[in-house]
Design a protein around this ligand. Structure first.
Ligand SMILES: [Zn+2]
Length: 255
């Protein structure tokens, strides 16, 4: 009997969300949810119904790590940083993204996510620049300089130096993000020098989940990190558009 139970447990067990990968916030949320459901079942059905829900729910949390599918993503997404920190989860943001924290990205245990209002403005701006491609004025705004001259595909001469982007697609994403940031006139952004701006935009671009040129899905090659809400995930090394095959991200020395 005991062996049979262990076998069933092994089959149900989801190692990516249990054991050392268990997420404390998810577990607490799901246990609370189980208690509420059990209480409802006790009142609406019978005390026995309540017990069945309680045992089933706690079993699911124990073996699978969660009751409601998708909770690991949900807690990371919707829990505020202070609450995650309370549960001992490190929220972090790359150094390059710190100047635009709160404006464009906010810190999460998985290395940050876009602020919703910024993401919407970024999408709009990508669409409006897409038809013509980034202009010299767009690139000047991006770098915070007076003048640039276009000398090739996604290549510009600035103060007698050359600046080149990975692809027109990458430049479009960066020029659109920079235009939104410039509009918001945030001091932390406007005080960055051209090198810092380029580095910030390059890391911000990793948070874009579609091809700015055609709107296609990206084929991202990632390192073999198990994705849970507690461990680091999404260490994207390269991202290429599945539709137009243009490369958006190429980051060989990740972190
Ligand atoms: Zn594309």
């Amino acid at each position: 009997m005991r062996n049979a139970l262990t076998a069933v447990g092994d089959r149900l067990r989801r190692p990516e969300y249990t054991g050392e990968n268990r997420c404390l916030p998810c577990t607490v949320v799901n246990v609370c949810l189980t208690l509420v459901l059990a209480a409802v079942a006790t009142v609406a059905l019978t005390p026995l119904g309540g017990v069945v829900v309680l045992v089933g729910g706690l079993g699911a949390v124990y073996f699978r790590g969660y009751l409601v599918p998708g909770t690991p993503t949900l807690t990371v997404r919707y829990f505020p940083p202070w609450l995650l920190e309370l549960f001992g989860k490190d929220v972090e943001l790359r150094e390059t993204l710190q100047p635009i924290e709160g404006v464009a990205v906010r810190a999460t245990p998985e290395g940050g996510r876009l602020v919703d209002s910024f993401a919407a403005a970024w999408d709009d701006r990508i669409e409006s620049i897409r038809a013509t491609g980034a202009s010299e004025a767009d690139v000047a705004t991006l770098l915070g300089v007076d003048e640039v001259s276009n000398v090739g595909e996604a290549a510009y001469v600035v103060d007698s130096g050359l600046r080149q982007w990975l692809s027109p697609s990458a430049l479009l994403a960066d020029a659109a993000a920079a235009a939104v940031l410039a509009d918001r006139g945030d001091d932390a952004w406007t005080s960055l020098d051209p090198d810092e701006r380029v580095a910030t935009l390059r890391d911000l671009r990793k948070h874009l989940d579609y091809c700015p040129l055609c709107g296609g899905a990206l084929d991202a090659e990632e390192t073999e990190t198990v994705e849970t809400c507690c461990t680091e995930s999404e260490r994207v090394l390269m991202a290429t558009c599945l539709d137009c095959d243009v490369r958006l991200i190429e980051d060989l020395n990740d972190r």
